[in-house]
Design a protein around this ligand. Structure first.
Ligand SMILES: [Cu+2]
Length: 149
């Protein structure tokens, strides 16, 4: 009787240990395979023709030069949309000469979309602008974007 109970407990302990090992192996970060995932930056392109970032009064995106990032943008419709259904844009310009950055000319459909992007290789100040005439406030729909060396 006593031996049986002990065996039972041992089996239980073994299972608990196994579960613990599985959980710590699967859920510990960083992942054991490959390189770490790109950083996710979340932006809201809102119905009042403003870009918003949670926890920031004046939204600013700061990245490292050449850093791979995932941009997760949620777009809410303002007053009007493009013929193709885009409700806001997200276009990156170099601040000093307003030159557009290759690959950073995004059109946003309603809802959440993810874009895998690489930060500009040139450090400095950039500007995000909306390219869809989304409302009478469209002109002020912009945001600072900093590329750190
Ligand atoms: Cu706009």
């Amino acid at each position: 009787m006593t031996i049986q109970r002990t065996r039972h407990l041992r089996a239980f302990d073994f299972l608990r240990l196994l579960a613990f090992a599985v959980v710590t192996t699967c859920c510990s970060s960083p992942p054991l395979y490959g390189q770490s995932q790109p950083r996710v930056i979340e932006v809201l392109a809102d119905h009042d023709s403003r870009y918003k970032i949670a926890g920031q009064k004046q939204p600013v995106i700061a990245v490292k030069a050449g850093e791979p990032i995932t941009l997760r943008i949620t777009a809410n419709k303002a007053k009007s949309r493009n013929r193709d259904g885009s409700i806001h844009g997200f276009t990156l310009l170099r601040a000093k000469d307003r030159q557009p950055v290759d690959g950073w000319d995004l059109l946003l459909k309603p809802g959440t979309q993810e874009f895998a992007l690489t930060a500009p290789s040139e450090a400095g100040e950039y500007l995000v602008i909306c390219t869809v005439i989304c409302s009478h406030d469209h002109e002020q729909m912009n945001m600072k974007f900093l590329v750190e060396p």
